[in-house]
Design a protein around this ligand. Structure first.
Ligand code: AMP
Length: 178
């Protein structure tokens, strides 16, 4: 087995399934055991960065809140700036907002208006891709600021929820797939 495959298997086996969290019927993918092991965390960051090292990324956008954890070391590795996308009412300066549909109800996300310049290459980061609603809304926010979306990267992809279909115009990369 290649060392890359071994590393992916090691990461996959440390991700913890928590049934019925935060609601009945949801199997929550807990990444905290990956964070607790600095070697595994470093390997995760290296694997997430790998496809984008030649893309001249200017800005890494991290989605609240676990996207911040992975996004900041990725920004460091790519020598890019880091920009947070947050839940409403958290960012102090002038924001651009977007509302998006959840299974039940609506949610919103915000970004600082001055955080991306027109034409900058942006890599969007989160821990997990499920239905793709959060990712799609974040892509729309970045597009409103006229950023050029170079890619979207997550540690975990729940392939059976087909989130990728909402992102078919983008370069989507994931490490551990279920
Ligand atoms: P979605 O918009 O459906 O793609 O959901 C993605 C967002 O919800 C990410 O920010 C994830 O952190 C979180 N999320 C969704 N489903 C799960 C899950 N089963 N385990 C952990 N986090 C999840």
């Amino acid at each position: 087995m290649s060392s890359k495959k071994k590393n992916i298997n090691q990461i996959a086996s440390s991700i913890r399934d928590v049934p019925d969290f935060p609601k009945k019927g949801i199997v929550f993918k807990d990444i905290t055991p990956v964070l607790s092991d600095i070697n595994l965390f470093r390997k995760s960051i290296d694997l997430m960065v790998e496809p984008f090292t030649e893309n001249k990324i200017d800005v890494v956008v991290g989605i609240e809140s676990r996207g911040f954890i992975f996004g900041t070391p990725i920004a460091d590795k790519l020598n890019a700036s880091f920009v947070p996308v947050r839940k409403p009412g958290k960012l102090p300066h002038e924001t651009e907002q977007i509302s998006y549909q959840l299974e039940y109800g609506k949610d919103s996300l915000e970004i600082h208006k001055d955080s991306i310049n027109e034409g900058q290459n942006v890599l969007i980061v989160d821990d997990l891709l499920a239905t793709g609603g959060t990712a799609e809304a974040t892509c729309k926010l970045v597009s409103k600021l006229k950023g050029n979306i170079s890619g979207f990267v997550v540690l975990i992809e729940l392939e059976f929820l087909e989130g990728r279909k909402k992102l078919n115009q983008y370069n989507v990369h994931s490490i551990v797939k279920y």
